[in-house]
Design a protein around this ligand. Structure first.
Ligand code: SF4
Length: 326
């Protein structure tokens, strides 16, 4: 039986004026209910494109999505727009990075939480308003019965983010995708929002995909980790495996450039040299080879010519021996 969310051999391509962008290139992963998967990578690695593909939000006029995305056994890549729209309210929901663009300035916060609830459950206005007050309380907004009539600009950044979480959770989705949900917030509020997501998950048993460029954010929050580079999964495992014994040179680079995870205070931070490749014309072989300091260890031309694959379990798409860790 497939996992609750099963993404199999996913390809997402965009047609642009400059050519075809291969944004996601043969990605597979699974996620069970009650677990949190962190998807980590630099911008342009394909992590947000993947989440939009799961939600069925890519425009078919400019993009091509191939592969399988199964949610609770239902195939999403071939589902109709109306079926997807129903699923996006009932079964899956998304929290975006920027609450100011996700919330309309013209409607009260309460109305924006209540409307999707009315639409998906057929509740009356009064019931939906009551539900909005409950949801604001659940995400920790003080005096929710009063704040329900506020407009987004009357909320602080942290409160808006909480309101957006309330909006996403109002129909008790079984799958929640949070795309950089705390990037715009200060560190204390970030921790509160992540704790809140974990608490809500414990209450509802939902599956969460947490997308971030910051490994420090996910270290204490996720169960499993998927590291993406140039549209591919380059390392996958439990969070403990990937963070304690990282196997892919790109993951080593991410960890080495993150102050919050530096275990040795004397160890200098080392940025990853170079920049991510153009996805209009990705490099052959291992896409990380132009930036990798370990190609000589593999030897010959292998890194430049042979595409490494991701093995099972704690896998690393790299030609180095699997026992080689940082
Ligand atoms: Fe580096 Fe080669 Fe491993 Fe790619 S396959 S990460 S280039 S050592």
């Amino acid at each position: 039986m497939p996992a609750f969310l099963s993404v199999q051999d996913l390809y997402v391509r965009f047609r642009t004026e400059d050519g075809v962008v291969q944004a996601v290139d043969g990605l597979s992963f699974e996620l069970e209910r009650g677990r949190t998967l962190g998807i980590v990578g630099e911008s342009g690695s394909g992590k947000s494109v993947t989440s939009l593909a799961v939600l069925g939000l890519h425009d078919p006029r400019t993009s091509e999505v191939r592969g399988r995305i199964l949610l609770d056994g239902q195939e999403l890549t071939t589902a109709s727009e109306s079926a997807l729209e129903k699923l996006r309210g009932d079964k899956m929901a998304m929290i975006f990075q920027d609450s100011l663009t996700a919330l309309s300035p013209y409607y009260t916060v309460g109305r924006q939480i209540a409307e999707p609830y009315r639409k998906h459950t057929g509740a009356s206005r009064r019931e939906a308003r009551q539900r909005a007050v409950e949801m604001l309380a659940r995400v920790g907004i003080p005096t929710p019965a009063l704040r329900v009539d506020d407009y987004p600009h009357q909320f602080s950044g942290g409160m808006r983010q909480r309101a957006m979480i309330a909006m996403a959770l109002v129909c008790d989705p079984e799958l929640l995708i949070a795309d950089e949900p705390t990037t715009a917030l200060d560190v204390t509020v970030q921790a509160q929002i992540l704790d809140l997501l974990k608490d809500l998950q414990q209450q509802t048993g939902s599956a969460i995909v947490l997308i971030t460029h910051d490994l420090g954010v996910v270290a204490h929050t996720v169960d499993d980790l998927l590291v993406m580079y140039a549209g591919r999964a380059v390392e996958r495992g439990t969070a403990r495996e990937v963070l304690r014994t990282p196997r892919h040179p790109y993951t080593w680079g991410l960890l080495g450039s993150m102050p919050r995870l530096a275990t040795d205070a004397d160890q200098p931070l080392v940025p990853i040299p170079g920049s991510p490749p153009s996805l209009l014309d990705p490099p052959p072989g291992c896409p990380f080879h132009p930036r990798c300091r370990h190609t000589a260890e593999v030897g010959g031309d292998r890194c430049r010519t042979e595409r490494p694959t991701l093995g099972p379990g704690h896998g690393s798409a790299c030609h180095l021996p699997t026992e080689r860790t940082r």
